[in-house]
Design a protein around this ligand. Structure first.
Ligand code: SF4
Ligand code: SF4
Length: 148
C-alpha cells in the first residue's frame, strides 16, 4: 500500500501527539508519587552552560524542590520531567540569563523568568494581589456588620 505524503505527515502528527500525552500522564504520576501538584500546563527550563559558574556555585541545585537539577560530569544537569517551573532556581542564580524558565498557566498566560529581579517582581505581584484580596474581604465583613 502506498502512503501519500499528506497521510505520512498526519500519521507522524498523531504519533507525536500520542507520545506527548503519554509523557504528560507519566510525568503527572511521577510528581504525584512525591506529593507535588502541577500548577502549569507546560513550560521549559534552560541553562546557559557558558555563563554558569557551576562547580563554585551550585545554588540552583540546592534550591530546586524536586531535584530536577543535579550535578553530573562537571556541570549542572536537568531532569526535565521533574521540573515544575517553580522558578526557585532563577531566584537564586547570581548570573543574569543563566537559567531561563518559561511557563504557561491554565489561563494560557505565558510567563518568562531569566533573573532574580523577574522572580522578585512575581513575588511582589502575588503579595500585592493577596493584600488587595485581604482588604476587600475585611471591607466586606465591616459592611456586613454595619448592615446588621
Ligand atoms: S524551575 Fe523549580 S523545579 Fe524547575 S529546575 Fe528550577 S527550581 Fe527546579
Ligand atoms: S545558580 Fe546559576 S551560576 Fe550557579 S550553578 Fe546554578 S545555573 Fe550555574
Amino acid at each position: 500500500m502506498k502512503i501519500s505524503k499528506k497521510q505520512g505527515v498526519d500519521i507522524f502528527h498523531l504519533l507525536l501527539e500520542a507520545s506527548k500525552k503519554q509523557e504528560r500522564v507519566e510525568r503527572t504520576q511521577l510528581l504525584q508519587s512525591i506529593g507535588i501538584e502541577e500548577n502549569f500546563v507546560e513550560g521549559s527550563v534552560r541553562i546557559n552552560w557558558k555563563t554558569c559558574r557551576g562547580v563554585e556555585c551550585r545554588l540552583c541545585i540546592d534550591a530546586c524542590p524536586t531535584s530536577a537539577l543535579y550535578w553530573r560530569e562537571g556541570e549542572v544537569s536537568i531532569a526535565k520531567e521533574l521540573c515544575i517551573f517553580c522558578v526557585g532556581c532563577v531566584g537564586v542564580c547570581l548570573v543574569d540569563d543563566c537559567i531561563q524558565v518559561s511557563r504557561k498557566r491554565p489561563s494560557e498566560e505565558i510567563e518568562r523568568f531569566s533573573n532574580a529581579r523577574d522572580v522578585l517582581m512575581l513575588l511582589h505581584t502575588i503579595n500585592s494581589r493577596k493584600a488587595v484580596e485581604r482588604t476587600k474581604s475585611r471591607f466586606q465583613n465591616i459592611e456586613a456588620q454595619l448592615k446588621q
